[in-house]
Ligand binder design. Structure first.
Ligand code: PLP
Length: 396
């Protein structure tokens, strides 16, 4: 008899967003005419920008012309896109070789796949509350997870401690769900810690484009020593509306070695075995994001989401609800009323004011007592959701 991967039995009952979807579907079935204000799952509501759409159309036309047609793409990414991404880093003072950039189909895929680089017995440190995929990808692989709780008093950004060690360390900044962003000094402490212990940091920078304070690092490679201890995983999903189009990239520096093995070269070997590259058409669309026109246009969309954040923040201020995030990140992390669990607040918001959010408990047990609102919703819906939140009855 075939033995399945029994580690799947160790996963928590149901993936957060599936459970939310089930509750929302049940509500809609019971009350099909009511409009819901979706401030839950971090999916975008604005379409791809013009520069990207034009590049996608042109690329489709290329595929119709024998002289411009592209078959299999290079497994690690098209040179035109790898170079555009390296230049994007260069503009911020981070010097990368184009072949240190690996084009991917998105950050989620990479966060799971990248674990192939590490021994099956290696451990992973996850600072919680955290994006649920970090823990689940490791549990599925049977790896030990070191859960590190992050608390409000430390701004949800704990410092490294020699008592807590792991082979792989997940850092997410700007953070989903708390919206916290590492400052240079704090992030340098993690880089120094990882180099000292020969750990590898998986730096999830999916929300770097939302940083507006100049002094905050967008990339871990802005820090000294990161090239010998870090892998950076990025996504165009939230930056440029690619949630349904799918594109991301991962940076693995040439200097990153463990036990004499180059993680960069191992990843080349992995990609050339396990993928046949990302679609030519999508990579052309992605390259348009890094043109000056594309950058201007994606920042117009980001400005809309930032306006949503302000609308929601004003509502929470009006009713005196504690929250953080929203400024350098597209999420607001608010405190549930005393004695109300995060799933109870979810139910109350859904049933009483038809606003869908995300219970903090879904991001790890120390997320209990908090609740996430996404700023990616439709702007008109966000205004109405804010009006309903500001009435305050749900925070009684
Ligand atoms: N990392 C974080 C922190 C996220 O919040 C998300 C998506 O919400 C992802 C990665 C996944 O991004 P992608 O759409 O590129 O798979």
């Amino acid at each position: 008899m075939t033995t399945p991967n029994t580690h799947y039995a160790d996963l928590k009952e149901s993936y957060l967003f599936r459970r939310i979807a089930q509750k929302v579907t049940a509500y809609e079935e019971g009350d099909p005419d009511t409009h819901l204000y979706r401030m839950g799952i971090g999916d975008v509501s604005l379409p791809l920008c013009d520069a990207v759409i034009r590049a996608l159309h042109d690329a489709v036309d290329d595929q119709a012309d024998a002289r411009r047609f592209h078959g299999y793409m290079p497994e690690c990414g098209a040179p035109f896109l790898r170079e555009a991404i390296a230049a994007y880093y260069g503009a911020r003072g981070v010097s990368l070789d184009a072949d240190e950039v690996f084009v991917s189909s998105g950050a989620s895929d990479e966060l799971g796949d990248i674990l192939d680089l590490f021994d099956a017995h290696s451990s992973a440190m996850v600072i919680e509350p955290a994006y649920p995929a970090y823990v689940d990808a490791n549990v599925m692989a049977g790896r030990a997870v070191v859960h590190v709780p992050a608390y409000e008093e430390e701004g949800f950004l704990p410092c490294p401690s020699d008592d807590l060690q792991a082979d792989v360390i997940y850092l997410c900044s700007p953070n989903n769900p708390t919206g916290a962003v590492f400052g240079r000094h704090q992030l340098q402490e993690w880089v120094d810690f990882a180099n000292r212990h020969e750990s590898v940091i998986l730096f999830d920078a999916a929300y770097e484009a939302f940083i507006e304070d100049d002094e905050l690092p967008h990339s871990i490679f802005e820090l000294e020593g990161a090239r010998t201890c870090a892998i950076e995983i990025c996504s165009l999903s939230k930056t440029a509306g690619f949630t349904g189009t799918r594109l991301g990239y991962t940076v693995i520096p040439a200097e990153l070695k463990r036990c004499g093995m180059s993680l960069h070269d191992m990843w080349v070997r992995n990609r050339t075995t396990k993928t046949n590259g990302v679609s030519y058409i999508i990579q052309r669309g992605g390259a348009a994001v890094f043109t000056s026109e594309g950058q201007r246009q994606i920042h117009e969309s980001i400005a809309v989401y930032k306006h949503n954040a302000h609308v929601l923040m004003d509502a929470l201020d009006e009713v005196g609800v504690w929250y953080c995030g929203g400024r350098n990140a597209p999420y607001l992390w608010l405190k549930c009323p005393e004695g109300t669990s995060s799933w109870a607040l979810f139910d109350r918001l859904l049933n009483e004011i038809q606003v869908v959010g995300t219970p903090g408990e879904g991001f790890g047990s120390c997320g209990e007592g908090y609740f996430r609102l996404s700023t990616f919703g439709d702007p008109q819906d966000t205004i109405e959701a804010a009006r309903r939140l500001a009435q305050g009855d749900v925070f009684r």
